[in-house]
Design a protein around this ligand. Structure first.
Ligand code: ADP
Length: 171
């Protein structure tokens, strides 16, 4: 790989991946030669989908995008600080999506903290697209728990994984 290739690092919980995340991934893929989509593993918070399932679903969801882009999109998981994981991946920037004011307040604080920890790694914010900006993984989990139809908000494989995880939880 030549040294001029630029790597971006898109971290998140992706529990589950949504059309909002996929919008950010598709747009970030236009900015970088390589994009690492990384699932942050939080041992204190297990979430709904097991991490391996989140990765499996992400892999299926980004398959069509991989066909259309020159960008080398890879998946990873990490347990360390995001900024450390980004540095180890050789990334020049962390990508985050911004939906609204509450994302903004939280994300700017995180970005500034990460800059203190590693000034070499920039955070780049992509504004959510109008058609997907209301989507959030937590809302999807709530809708699904109450028996609502989540298929508008996320790819089929992801919706199926949520359904299975909730059925297992209810056993
Ligand atoms: P985290 O727990 O790190 O916030 P998420 O999986 O919820 O993980 O989100 C990962 C990133 O994707 C965050 O930057 C979040 O703001 C962004 N994101 C989530 N949903 C959307 C959306 N609908 N549109 C744009 N960005 C989004």
């Amino acid at each position: 790989m030549s040294e001029t290739r630029r790597t971006g690092f898109y971290p998140g919980s992706f529990d589950p991946v949504t059309y909002g995340h996929l919008d950010i991934i598709g747009r970030a893929a236009r900015l970088f030669d390589r994009l690492i989509v990384a699932v942050g593993v939080n041992h204190a918070k297990s979430g709904l989908l097991p991490v391996e399932k989140r990765l499996e679903v992400l892999d299926a969801a980004i398959a069509p995008l991989r066909e259309r882009t020159e960008c080398d999109i890879r998946l990873a998981k990490y347990t360390c600080l995001t900024v450390d994981a980004a540095r180890r991946a050789g990334a020049v920037a962390i990508i985050r999506g911004l939906r609204d004011g509450s994302d903004f307040d939280y994300e700017v604080r995180m970005a500034q903290t990460n800059t203190t920890l590693d000034p070499e790694i920039e955070t780049i914010f992509l504004a959510a697209s109008p058609t997907t900006r209301t989507i959030s993984s937590s809302l999807i989990r709530q809708i699904a728990e109450m028996g609502g139809d989540i298929r508008h908000f996320l790819p089929m494989e992801a919706a199926e994984a949520v359904r299975e995880a909730l059925a297992k939880k209810g056993e």
